[in-house]
Design a binder for this molecule. Structure first.
Ligand code: ADP
Ligand code: MG
Length: 236
């Protein structure tokens, strides 16, 4: 039976096909992987696709300024700079006091874990990227307890959310993996003499998925997924 979930195109070549048409809309998807595996690039592609479609987009980070992110993505041709500067896109660098200040209008109690979800609802955001869960470690007293509450509130919004979580051990599942509607792993590991890059949908509630690892590549259009190839034929 075909799935009736509405889907959002990811803007990443091959990824929509891998996910049977895109990411289920209005849901929370965790993107996990080690440093350099493609999480931020994929997230930038996702926001760019939303902006291109005229959707209300939010990009929250504590890893880089807007200028740094634009610079990092300038090696790709998918149009991130135009997207992030469009009037439908809100960029928040939470290392800036002014960004944290701008959130206070969305509620005074409970700090970030309340205000960010309230901001998504207040803006009626269609898509959001939150890069990464580590922001709770910086801005919240008890990050572990706050994470459950934060994710529950995010799931309650009508925004399709990518929540980035840094991960070095792909066998160690974390709380966000259990709580999310969807989980996609990015892999980048040493195999033989070279690095193998792959993507792997781990779960996607409400829709069947193939959880095999599929090869990915960085091209001038960002992350490119090869949904019909297996790792053997690519790297074997
Ligand atoms: N044209 C390119 N422009 C920028 N980065 C590129 C390019 N091609 C390959 N890369 C690599 O892509 C990686 C980007 O990873 P990134 O998306 O930031 O991963 P993560 O967020 O998981 O740490 C970097 O390691 C960078 O070296
Ligand atoms: Mg990153």
């Amino acid at each position: 039976m075909p799935s009736t979930l509405s889907r959002d195109s990811t803007g990443c070549q091959g990824m929509d096909e891998l996910l049977s048409g895109g990411l289920p809309a209005d849901r929370l998807h965790v993107v996990s992987g080690p440093p350099g595996s493609g999480k931020t690039t994929f997230s930038a592609q996702f926001i760019t696709e939303g902006a291109r479609r005229g959707e209300e987009c939010v990009y929250v980070t504590m890893h880089e300024t807007k200028a740094e992110l634009v610079q990092d993505m300038s090696g790709f041709q998918f149009g991130f700079e135009k997207a992030i500067r469009s009037s439908n896109t809100t960029f928040l660098d939470l290392t800036e006091e002014s960004a944290r200040q701008s959130l206070t209008k969305y509620g005074s109690a409970g700090g970030l874990r309340n205000r960010l979800p309230a901001m998504l609802a207040g803006l009626d955001a269609d898509r959001a990227v939150i890069d990464s869960t580590m922001l709770l470690d910086h801005f919240v007293d008890n990050p572990e307890e706050a994470l459950t509450d934060f994710i529950t509130r995010l799931k309650g919004t009508e925004t399709t959310i990518l929540l980035v979580s840094e991960m070095t051990d792909p066998t160690a599942y974390a709380e966000e993996h259990y709580l999310a509607h969807g989980v996609v792993f990015f892999h980048n590991y040493l195999d033989g003499g070279g690095m193998t890059r792959a993507v792997q949908p781990i779960k996607m509630r409400g829709t069947p998925i193939n959880s095999d690892m599929r090869p990915i590549e960085f091209t001038d259009r960002g992350v490119q997924v090869y949904p019909d190839q297996d790792l053997e034929s690519t790297y074997g």
